[in-house]
Design a protein around this ligand. Structure first.
Ligand SMILES: NC(=O)c1ccc[n+]([C@@H]2O[C@H](COP(=O)([O-])OP(=O)(O)OC[C@H]3O[C@@H](n4cnc5c(N)ncnc54)[C@H](OP(=O)(O)O)[C@@H]3O)[C@@H](O)[C@H]2O)c1
Length: 312
């Protein structure tokens, strides 16, 4: 395949950035440069801007101390992610130190402009929301946040009003809401019907398909982009398949691992814009981004995936 000049420059700059950081070269990381241009991209309906269909979630695993060895690994992951064409990094002020860690690392790597940074607000009242979001700008070392989401519908109308003002002022590029609780779906749908929003974020996976019934179709109807959280049900899906081999028919949709099996299930739902698996290791990064390459399962194969999973 041929890389455009822009892609070549981006890839070359990324490799240079890795070297400058004292990180292993892309070859040592096992990264083949042409991959930068191969990721499946999906449009954000409200703008038409396209983003890669696999991002990174930072809950739990990015909640680490500044001097730790884990921090060095996360730096490598965030640097390589952008080199490989990834963009979306989802965090939140309520994930312990995760938002601070993302901000420090992206600042140190210097790849902020390659990334699509998504964070959240979870506060009661306008002033508390503003205070928390101002802190997120400082923590993320940026004057523009790509996506600000109201976390788990907390004081949703109040916070959305501020988000609209900030979007108009250019401080945030997109706004939306999140949940990962089925018990919030009714309220979530109400807000989706009542409010104009660029994004929603919801839990959806092969083992947790409830959002596929009404929320994903509603997002498509309302022209809202969808970030999928918990695409591995916090790792539970891997435990379920245990050490079983992949079925042979997984090759029909270019699937090389259980991780890709689970993520390709999510991405083959057309309403989904981007899945954000928790990714804090280089092996996971390679594996997860691989789900945004090659074919996706068709409706018949999706039914087979469900039948297999439900039989376990
Ligand atoms: N309401 C909300 O707004 C909300 C709620 C929940 C989550 N989120 C967002 O969604 C993101 C994803 O959720 P999550 O991280 O909790 O759960 P997840 O993505 O469903 O699962 C992540 C876990 O799967 C394992 N994993 C990841 N890639 C793998 C691979 N290729 N092969 C094998 N195992 C792999 C890792 O386990 P180990 O690290 O243990 O090996 C990882 O911690 C969060 O990070 C957060 O950004 C938002």
């Amino acid at each position: 395949m041929t890389l455009s000049r822009r892609e070549m420059l981006k890839a070359a700059a990324g490799v240079g950035a890795l070297a400058a950081l004292g990180l292993p070269s892309s070859r040592a990381l096992g990264l083949a440069l042409p991959r930068t241009s191969e990721l499946l991209m999906r449009p954000i309906p409200s703008s038409g801007e396209k983003i890669p269909a696999i991002g990174i979630g930072t809950a739990r695993r990015y909640d680490v101390e500044g001097s730790s060895e884990e921090m060095a690994v996360l730096k490598e992951v965030l640097a390589a992610f952008a080199v490989m064409g990834g963009q979306v990094v989802d965090t939140a002020p309520s994930y312990g130190r995760a938002e601070i860690v993302v901000g420090e690392l992206v600042n140190a790597i210097g790849n902020r402009d390659d990334l699509f940074l998504a964070t959240k607000v979870r506060a009661e009242g306008r002033e508390a929301g503003i205070e928390q979001m101002e802190e997120s700008f400082r923590r993320l070392h940026t004057d523009r946040i790509d996506l600000m989401q109201v976390h788990n519908l907390a004081d949703v109308e109040t916070q959305l009003a501020t988000l609209r003002e900030w979007k108009a002022a250019g401080r945030i590029r997109y706004l939306g809401i999140t949940t990962s609780f089925d018990r919030q779906y009714e309220d979530f749908e109400r807000v989706m019907r009542e409010q104009e929003m660029d994004f929603i974020q919801v839990n959806y996976s092969l083992g947790d398909r409830g959002a596929g019934e009404r929320i994903l179709p509603l997002a498509a109807d309302r022209g809202m982009a969808v970030l999928v959280n918990l695409p591995y049900a916090r790792g539970r899906l891997f435990q379920k398949v245990d050490d079983r081999p992949l079925p042979e028919w997984a090759a029909e949709f270019d699937c090389e691992s259980w991780g890709q099996f689970f993520l390709k299930f999510v991405l083959s739902e057309p309403a989904v814009t981007c899945a954000i698996p928790g990714t804090a290791k280089m092996t996971y990064l390679e594996d997860n981004l691989g789900a945004a390459r090659g074919r996706l399962p068709n409706p018949e194969l999706r039914q087979r995936m469900i039948a297999l999973y439900d039989s376990l």
